[in-house]
Design a protein around this ligand. Sequence first.
Ligand code: SOE
Length: 394
Amino acid sequence: MSESLNVGMIGYAFMGAAHSHAWRTAPRFFDLPLAPRMTALAGRDPERVAAAASKLGWESSETDWRRLIERDDIDLIDICVPGNLHAEIAIAALEAGKHVLCEKPLANSVEEAEQMTAVAEAAKAKGALAMCGFSYRRTPALSLAKRLVESGALGPIRHVRAQYLQDWLTDENAPLTWRLDKSKSGSGSLGDIGAHIIDAAQWVAGSPITGVSAILETFVKERPVGGDFVGLGGVGGADGPKGPVTVDDAALFTARFAGTAENPGGAVGVFEATRFALGRKNAMRLELNGTKGSLAFDFEDMNSLWFYDAEDGPNAGFRRIQATEPEHPYTGNWWPVGHGLGYEHAFTHQVVDLVGAIAKGEQPTPSFADALRVQKVLAAVEASAADDSRWTAI
Ligand code: SOE
């Protein structure tokens, strides 16, 4: 029987549910070196957190996150609350010697992210490890894309094209939720979904963004407060009181990537993140064009990776790789070829890799330092947009 890794999670909404699924499922489909134990769930409302703990599979519940950090029967803190609480909780947990998994984006400012990164680096020396939950890296097709770029199959990368398109705010009466309140979310589409494509693009391309020119737009300036909140959108009271939207609805920017050994000039990039792309539900898309080949991924067809190989000559064309072969990342532990995976599987793979790193005493990725690089791009986008889209170096 492996030694247990006792987990305490804070928050039980969408991300809390996805992370709970991962903690429950990972040991049942992967041979883990440590046995995750879902020890406690923390939330503010006693009845609701107790009910959530029972439903999601947690052994106990607490109404103050600080209790999780005080408890000797908890080794890891999993942070699934809005970004305004990430720094305080992660720093307290790491300074208490607990491992940390923190949802993205890392923080609501570069200053907070820098502080968290410094504390994480100090805590690592004492054996406490930290990871940031950019889970899309662990979608098999995107992990395969990273492998193909690293193998040189595309040659030097000239273009990176990244979009994250949702449409759950197209209805102007969708209610004012925490994702629309800068004091909680830090930004709107930019930090919520833009952060995902910034991390994925830098990771797959193997190069950091060095500068941006950006615009931010808020289409709907105020929304109904209260009302029934269903999922990410929902029906608020259209005739009720309204409150101000204090974040962006859409973020668009061009970018330059740092030069690499095989591509000294660096790639150029175009990024778009919006919740108003009516008809696009969760279209997290990435396309890379190199000199020998191209790759294209769309999360709405998440088991496929499209690959164009110029060496195919006149018969070249984008061909569909079904990323479900046993040789592909993570897929060998699931179903026979072609049966496909879903949104929740990347969170399970995130747990598998985090537990493996902790067992070996190695830094899990993405680290807080990786997440800080994303935070700096977010800040540069905001600075550029506030200054007539002026080119802003990172
Ligand atoms: C809302 O845009 C959201 O839930 C993001 O917050 C998640 O990070 C993304 O995975 C799905 O969409």
